[in-house]
Design a protein around this ligand. Structure first.
Ligand code: HXC
Length: 539
């Protein structure tokens, strides 16, 4: 075991092992040490590695190889190991202490990363392990580079007691200090239990892999002891659960390869920090790009469903976009993409799910996305087709007022360029919330067929003309006439345009071109906020 070897000679120049000045014995030791580090030589580890592979998992270094550009990784504190006093189970002191940390590039752009190694103490976090994570987080923040955490850990190292808990606290505090300054991305590739789950929860995006990733505060055994409920790890906190029900996971993948491919794609759309512009690509001539399919995708009938994802695909460069939180709160679509080379965040109601109505989950998902885009200077394009908030006791009792207010708050405080496109209908409070003029959108565009009003014509007539309808000889005929009149007078975009609430009523085919032109016009937008410690967003 590594613990039997003497401490390594101070490697004055580890990058030049053939230096003629270095004594041969020191160099031999250095090479041995590097090999131990590279291969993580610890008694019994080869079986642990084989087990990792059997489960479809990789070791920390294999994951870094998959994520980073070839030969780009430079490592911190590779010799670090635990102090040894408190470990009673075994006296091994493997180098790395179960986490490999450092910096590398992804498509040539700098990132800082740490990868927990489940093959060493189950990736559990003790004092040394935590200190390395703290250091790499500090370096990410100091250099303004994204931080990526590859989690695969049994949690707090039981043998190290409260020092392990102290280590977690240091991670959480740094997650919060870095929030909105550098993008922070968590990748859960194995267990991530107990308080450990709070680091991913504090970061901007969380990836999980089906079958191997688990997140929960208390495991199945505790659940059974406390409530008698029998539940598997996957049922309690697998990728499926967090990707579709809790909203904890932003991205869910079938395997580590596709997970890292999407992570690289995500990074290609993000700036390194909040002072850097997003990584725009070359302009694509979108200002003259007409899209006839847009008019075909969206049915004129206000209640016929269609896929807002298809609208997004028509608007963005090459039809390519990265959907954020695809499996959860599917009644709202959030996506990162480029329009005419510029990185944008798109938020759209999804008429295929709950008719596109906003509910508590959709409001939370969109609010968090809007705040992310605003923090990192990514312009917002909001595609509106919303019948309103989802009615019902379920929603009211679950706090739709509180959650809807999050989205309202997020838009109200966003200072990035904001473009609203009203695609088909925009009713009531949901119209206001979906980045209307009144809450500060910079530009509002509407398709000519759309409906903007307090409520649909039928509902409006029933409320306003209740007495006349009750007294009418032919209520059906009267209702039809009143609905027609109401629709012609109030429920069209020109009514809003005449009042300055819509800047332009456009042919749907011109939408990509119009959005691209406005993104160019708003690119240098600056907006100051009054000084305060922080607002008090309804949580
Ligand atoms: C020390 C640990 C460990 C831990 C795992 N290991 N978790 N060592 N501290 N927390 C070790 C095991 O002893 C084992 O060592 C090796 O890692 C692999 O673990 P296995 O149990 O063989 O793996 P597996 O069957 O896949 O089970 C994985 C597991 C299980 C579900 C994560 O290990 C487990 O339940 N671990 C304990 C989880 C836990 O209670 N953690 C503390 C949570 S509280 P050997 O030598 O046998 O190979 C917490 C508080 C954080 O984290 C608070 C922050 C605020």
């Amino acid at each position: 075991p590594a613990s039997a070897a003497p401490p390594p000679a101070a490697p004055s120049s580890p990058r030049t092992p053939s230096s003629p000045a270095a004594p041969a014995r020191s160099m031999a030791l250095l090479r041995l040490r590097h090999r131990e580090l590279r291969d993580g030589i610890v008694a019994g580890r080869s079986e642990a590695v084989a087990r990792q592979h059997r489960l479809g998992k990789r070791t920390a270094r294999e994951r870094l190889d998959l994520l980073l550009d070839e030969d780009s990784f430079t490592e911190i504190e590779m010799y670090r190991r635990h102090r040894g006093q408190d470990l009673t189970a075994r006296d091994e002191r493997p180098y790395t202490d179960g986490v490999v940390a450092g910096s590398g590039t992804v498509d040539g752009r700098r990132v800082f990363v740490y990868a927990q190694d489940f093959t060493i103490f189950g990736g559990s976090l003790g004092e040394s392990h935590a200190a390395k994570i703290h250091k790499v987080m500090d370096l990410a923040l100091a250099t303004g580079s994204p931080l990526i955490a590859l989690n695969d850990s049994g949690g707090a190292r039981i043998q190290e007691g409260v020092t392990a808990l102290d280590g977690y606290g240091g991670i959480f505090r740094r997650n919060v200090a870095a929030s909105g300054v550098i993008p922070q991305i968590s990748v859960v590739l194995g267990p991530c239990a107990g308080g450990a789950a709070y680091s991913p929860a504090l970061t901007d995006f969380t990836f999980m892999v089906h079958g191997t990733a688990q997140m929960y505060l208390t495991g199945p055994d505790v659940v059974a002891a406390v409530s008698g409920q029998r539940v598997t790890h996957a049922e309690l906190g697998g990728a499926e659960v967090h990707g579709s029900r809790s909203g904890v996971a932003t991205f869910v993948h079938d395997d580590e390869e596709s997970c890292f491919a999407d992570l690289r794609y995500l990074l290609s759309l993000l700036p390194g920090n909040n002072l850097e512009p997003p990584p725009d690509g070359p302009p694509r001539g979108a200002a003259g790009d007409l899209r006839p399919r847009l008019a075909e995708i969206v049915p004129v009938e206000p209640n016929r469903p269609y896929d807002m994802g298809e609208v997004v695909a028509e608007l963005v460069d090459d039809g390519e976009f990265l959907e954020i939180g695809e499996g959860w709160a599917r009644n709202v679509v959030c996506a990162l993409a480029r329009i005419d080379g510029r990185v944008v965040g798109l938020v759209g109601n999804q008429p295929m799910v709950l008719a596109g109505a906003l509910d508590a989950a959709a409001a939370q998902k969109a609010a968090r996305f809007v705040r992310f885009c605003d923090a990192f200077g990514i312009p917002l394009v909001t595609l509106v087709d919303v019948p309103g908030f989802l009615p019902g006791t379920d929603q009211e009792h679950s706090g739709i007022i509180r959650h809807g207010a999050k989205l309202l708050y997020a838009y109200c405080e966003a200072t990035v360029p904001r473009i609203q496109v009203i695609v088909r209908k925009a009713y009531g409070g949901a119209y206001i919330v979906m980045d209307s003029r009144s809450i500060g959108t910079d530009v509002s565009l509407a398709w000519p067929t759309n409906e903007i009003a307090v409520m649909g014509a039928e509902g409006a007539v029933n409320v306003v003309h209740r007495r006349e309808l009750a007294a009418a000889e032919d209520p059906a005929a009267l209702r039809a006439r009143l609905v027609r009149e109401y629709t012609e007078r109030l429920v069209h975009p020109h009514y809003a345009a005449e009042r300055g609430l819509v800047d332009d009523v456009i042919d749907p085919v011109e939408t990509r071109a119009a959005v691209a032109r406005w993104l160019a016009a708003l690119a240098d937008k600056r907006a100051a906020q009054p000084q305060r410690k922080h607002g008090n967003i309804p949580l």
